[in-house]
Design a protein around this ligand. Structure first.
Ligand SMILES: Nc1ncnc2c1ncn2[C@@H]1O[C@H](COP(=O)(O)OP(=O)(O)OP(=O)(O)O)[C@@H](O)[C@H]1O
Ligand SMILES: [Mg+2]
Length: 504
């Protein structure tokens, strides 16, 4: 047998620049919403206070997309580095950028052409364009300043500023190849919703702090008008009212290579129908770890070896900030949509302790117990009729979270109508409506403007009181007597209110 050599010998070298097709492979794990999040990261890094995402529609077809911000722009001497794959700069301590890859990977995952136009404080404009597919070299096109000006100065539905950046995608591969209005509108609505949800989730801390506003609209180039702007609202996966266990949230801390790692352990109050609890995907996937880097959520859910997913742990969510780069412990993928943990991580979680000595195992046990209690609580509650029209969505949501509904029954509405006499309400079992007497409306609203979902407090109280009489085949003697009693008391009460408001 021949001798094994530890060093591989070489006899010269050849230059092998990557084939431009390599660009096609960038960002393969992106979806349109994660790609856009990557561009919004850049806008945030550029100090923007407002970002607009705009879909472009021409002769019925979706043809392009813009991401426009009012940040500080890209300097003329920096634009070529910005367009370079891997052309990274020095990053600030709270910079979301890291790889020098994001904009290119995000854009080429969705579109065949990326144009960048930007204006800085010295009012210089720059423009560059990358197209993939039609080049055999790494040449980036220079866009003339007059076109750059034109694009930057278009009427964007954006808080204006003297500086800013326009990112333009053409030949977007994921857009439907049709001008059929129903299909285009369906695609647009579904895609915008996904983007609003995803950005609301990953940016929720930055949005809640007011660091950034993000809007989405669509422009019809034939009419030269943009539709309404929809703003991204924060979607906080820890956004419950009251925790499901009095001792929580609790911070458990472990130390790795001299860095403290905090596990902020939360317990939701119960299975909830709110967007904050449901998020996107199933609740079982949404239990577990939430990794944040520089206030940006990277990764939502999963236990990464700390424990195994279990329906009984669905109220458990743990926030972990990985601002410090802790070598070997965490890796984020270049798409910034996943964090993978090193083999030490599960061991570290085991060592984490709260100030009172709480361990991860204690926390998981408490989360499971809270789940059991919340199940029992709602199982033991009397079934009620579901609320229908006249209730504010938040109120309906809370009722749905708290009470089991009578199955197969139509919801009951609470609405206003003028009727004779002084009675405050009538029970209309046939139309499943509790009518409120319109002559008291302005008093109940104390001068505030009315609407379908007005007077939530009065409606909630009446719902809790009267809901029962909508149940069953007919109105029993007991029900009738109760209604008479409530009517007497409440009508007197509302007449007192009228008298007081007239005195004022
Ligand atoms: N909207 C913008 N405003 C100002 N500068 C921008 C904007 N978008 C990109 N840039 C510049 O382009 C550079 C390259 O962006 P890119 O997203 O490709 O990489 P990165 O942000 O540096 O790192 P990462 O790969 O982690 O996103 C940025 O570092 C920034 O200097
Ligand atoms: Mg970036």
């Amino acid at each position: 047998m021949s001798r094994w050599r530890t060093e591989v010998p070489t006899s010269g070298s050849v230059s092998l620049p990557p084939d431009p097709h390599a660009l096609d492979g960038l960002g393969r794990n992106h979806s349109i919403e994660t790609a856009l999040a990557d561009l919004v990261d850049n806008s945030i890094d550029a100090g923007a206070s407002d970002v607009l995402i705009r879909f472009m529609q021409q002769r019925g077809r979706l043809c392009g997309l813009y991401v426009v911000d009012n940040g500080r722009g890209i300097r003329a001497d920096r634009v070529d580095a910005a367009m370079t794959v891997g052309g990274s700069a020095a990053y600030g301590a709270d910079s979301l950028g890291k790889f020098g890859l994001g904009m290119k990977a995000a854009s080429f995952s969705q579109a065949r052409s990326l144009t960048v136009l930007s204006r800085t404080a010295d009012s210089h404009v720059v423009g560059r364009r990358w197209r993939i597919g039609d080049r055999t070299d790494f040449q980036c096109d220079v866009v003339p300043p007059d076109f750059a000006h034109e694009e930057i100065d278009r009427s964007w539905n954006l808080k204006s500023s003297d500086t800013g950046t326009v990112i333009r995608w053409d030949d977007v591969t994921g857009f439907p190849a049709t001008d059929d209005p129903t299909r285009v509108q369906g695609f647009l609505t579904a895609t915008m919703t996904r983007i609003l949800d995803h950005l609301g989730l990953v940016m929720h801390r930055l949005l809640a702090e007011g660091r950034i506003n993000i809007g989405i609209d669509a422009e019809d180039t034939d009419l030269a008008t943009a539709g309404p702007r929809f703003d991204v609202t924060p979607l906080d996966p820890f956004g419950y009212q009251k925790p499901g266990h009095l001792d929580y949230p609790k911070r458990l801390t472990a130390t790795a290579h001299g860095h403290a790692i905090h596990f902020d352990c939360h317990i939701w109050p119960g299975r909830s129908k709110t967007r904050q609890f449901q998020l996107v995907g199933g609740v079982v996937q949404r239990q577990g770890l939430y990794f944040y880097r520089r206030k940006r959520l990277l990764h939502a859910g999963g236990w990464d070896g700390v424990t195994v997913p279990d329906p009984r742990l669905q109220l458990a969510r743990v926030a972990i900030d990985i601002d410090d780069e802790i070598i070997g412990l965490f890796h984020m993928n270049p798409e910034k949509s996943r964090v993978t943990v090193g083999p030490e991580f599960a061991h570290l979680a085991e060592q984490a302790r709260g100030e009172d000595g709480t361990t991860m195992a204690d926390y998981l046990r408490d989360a499971e117990a809270a789940y059991r209690t919340s199940r029992e609580r709602s199982r033991n509650r009397r079934r009620m009729m579901p609320p229908g029209r006249g209730f504010e969505p938040a109120l309906k949501g809370t009722i749905a979270d708290e009470v089991p509904f009578v199955e197969g029954e139509n919801p009951i509405d609470i609405r206003w109508r003028r009727f004779e006499g002084t009675d405050l309400f009538t029970v209309d079992r046939d139309s499943r409506t509790l009518w409120l007497n319109d002559q008291y409306r302005s008093t109940v609203l104390s001068g505030r403007r009315g609407g379908l979902n007005d007077a939530p407090l009065v409606k909630a109280l009446l719902y809790l009181l009267v809901e029962d009489v909508f149940q069953g085949e007919y109105l029993g003697a007991k029900d009738k007597d109760n209604i008479a009693l409530w009517q007497e008391v409440l009508t007197t009460a509302v007449l007192c209110e009228v008298a007081r408001s007239e005195k004022e």
